[in-house]
Design a protein. Structure first.
Ligand code: HEC
Ligand code: HEC
Ligand code: HEC
Ligand code: HEC
Ligand code: HEC
Ligand code: HEC
Length: 350
């Protein structure tokens, strides 16, 4: 039994036709017309599922594997959950196991196959664009400068998978779809695990509050809807999705009325960040030496927001403390009146 997916088989049939004479052509053609649908719907990953979904056929259901990039040793389950795989990003009808596990292309599978397959290469044949974007992003450059491990394709895409195998391991083959709400939720936590401050400030804002209520469908933005997926750049870079030139387009994907004043909305409010207030104070202190910096800080919508927030808290505090003081004084007055009245009645009794 030689394993070739049927997509390639149809190509073979088509090229074979050129060499056939007419009667043979007609016979092949009619049988192909009748057979094709059967072939197409027969489930092209059949031979792989045949072993990899059945414990008794596999004999070896767990294997220790060394990650070719990080050198980590993990125990991986050889068992596949067909439903989970089919729901994953690569589980469609026109995608085959051997598109990724290429050294099994055309292999004879009757007795199984060789043990150590080549690591799957996401980049060379399918996804060279994300790879290029990713490697050029200032994200990767800065991570390298800060001596942080730069995640690889499989770290982000399968590391964020919530599809556990029978061993309780996440399998790199079950890459979740980008539109999947649960997966989108996990990406917020993943970015936030390194960017705690920005995660907190995101939660102080309309978008972050909506997603924290569990609405993580594509109509509410998570980190990557604004910052991009692979080419993450600082907002001061004109090419950044949140940079001056592109931010109207980015917000406009959801807010049809987005214009230059709309995008002044502060995405990461620092209202609860003590350090931001410290930088404000420092700018005021240094006003003489560096007036330009003070101007820049004052013009920043972030500062206005913080001032409004402080005023708001101030007004609340003032209102409640006045209310408290007022009640206290009223209470004293009542007690005093009561005493006086008691005094009078005592006198009257005498
Ligand atoms: C006759 C049964 C059988 C069939 C058919 C089969 N496999 Fe396997 N496969 C196994 C067994 C048993 C193992 C685990 C032991 C080993 O690695 O030799 C395994 C291991 C694997 C591994 C892990 C290899 C590694 O490097 O650790 C991959 C990937 C894999 N199979 C993919 C496939 C794909 C894709 C197909 C269909 C093209 C397929 N298998 C068809 C029996 C089978
Ligand atoms: C989108 C690419 C992709 C497709 C499609 C795919 N796999 Fe894999 N598979 C991977 C990656 C990545 C790994 C992790 C090991 C590696 O990097 O080579 C893996 C690992 C495995 C393993 C070892 C267990 C593990 O979790 O490491 C088995 C078994 C396996 N695949 C079988 C299959 C079978 C059977 C199919 C078809 C039903 C399939 N794969 C389809 C990418 C894929
Ligand atoms: C730092 C995390 C990260 C790394 C590393 C990463 N990606 Fe992504 N990628 C994402 C996010 C987030 C998305 C959007 C959500 C999703 O689809 O999971 C995405 C989406 C994708 C998509 C879907 C198409 C699209 O643009 O929406 C492809 C294809 C992809 N990545 C390929 C790759 C490849 C190939 C690599 C390795 C060169 C890679 N990614 C590395 C985070 C990452
Ligand atoms: C493994 C940790 C890690 C993860 C995960 C991570 N980042 Fe970063 N990110 C960094 C480091 C390190 C820097 C460099 C600057 C710094 O130290 O803050 C950075 C920088 C940035 C910058 C600013 C670039 C600049 O020029 O200052 C943005 C924006 C950013 N990341 C967004 C994201 C988003 C969105 C995600 C999720 C898709 C994400 N990050 C996931 C570690 C991470
Ligand atoms: C609605 C769009 C939007 C969402 C969602 C969003 N951001 Fe931002 N982010 C921005 C904008 C605009 C800026 C630049 C202005 C600022 O700093 O507030 C920014 C700035 C940043 C910066 C500082 C570096 C820079 O480029 O200025 C980091 C780091 C960052 N965001 C991380 C995140 C993380 C992590 C998440 C998810 C928890 C997230 N962002 C969600 C729009 C967004
Ligand atoms: C993925 C879609 C999406 C993107 C991208 C997006 N937003 Fe939103 N935004 C929403 C949703 C959903 C809400 C909450 C529901 C509502 O109030 O309409 C919201 C609410 C808001 C609000 C609260 C006030 C209001 O209109 O209800 C502001 C302000 C806002 N967004 C600004 C921005 C800015 C600025 C950007 C770009 C940096 C942006 N949004 C990007 C979907 C998005």
């Amino acid at each position: 039994m030689v394993y070739k997916p049927k997509r390639k088989l149809t190509v073979n049939v088509a090229s074979g036709l050129k060499r056939l004479r007419l009667p043979a052509f007609l016979v092949t053609f009619t049988s192909a017309v009748f057979l094709l649908p059967v072939i197409l719907f027969a489930g092209d990953n059949g031979p792989c599922y045949e072993c990899h979904t059945k414990q008794d056929k596999l004999k070896v259901t767990e294997k220790a594997k060394v990650d070719p990039v990080t050198g980590e040793i993990n125990v991986a389950s050889m068992l596949i959950d067909e439903a989970i795989y089919k729901a994953s990003a690569h589980g469609g009808e026109d995608f085959f196991c051997i598109d990724c596990h290429q050294d099994l292309d055309g292999a004879d599978l009757t007795e199984g196959h060789k043990s150590n397959l080549k690591p799957v290469d996401c980049i060379t044949f399918c996804h060279d664009d994300p790879a290029e974007d990713y490697l050029q992003s200032s994200h990767v450059k800065l991570m390298k400068e800060n001596n942080k491990d730069v995640p690889t394709c499989k770290d982000c895409h399968s590391g964020l998978s919530y599809h556990y195998t029978s061993l309780g391991e996440k399998s790199p083959r079950d890459v979740p779809k980008g539109v999947d709400p649960l997966h989108r939720k996990l990406t917020i936590e993943a970015c936030g695990s390194c960017h705690q401050d920005h995660l907190e400030s995101y939660r102080n804002n309309a978008h972050g509050q909506v997603t924290s209520l569990g609405h993580t469908t594509t109509d509410v933005p998570v980190c990557f809807d604004c910052h991009g997926k692979h080419k993450i750049l600082n907002s001061s870079n004109p090419e950044s999705k949140v940079g001056k030139e592109r931010i109207i387009e980015t917000c406009g994907n959801c807010h049809a009325n987005a214009n230059a004043s709309f995008v002044k909305h502060v995405e990461h409010p620092q209202i609860k960040n003590v350090n931001y207030y410290k930088t404000l104070l420092a700018a005021i202190k240094n006003a003489r030496n560096n007036p330009d910096n003070l101007k820049k800080v004052i013009k920043n919508p972030q500062t206005i927001l913080c001032i409004v927030f402080v005023m708001y808290v101030g007004i609340l505090a003032f209102t409640f403390s006045s209310f408290g003081l007022h009640s206290l004084l009223c209470w004293f007055a009542v007690v005093r009146d009561e005493r006086k009245r008691k005094g009078h009645t005592d006198e009257e009794q005498h």
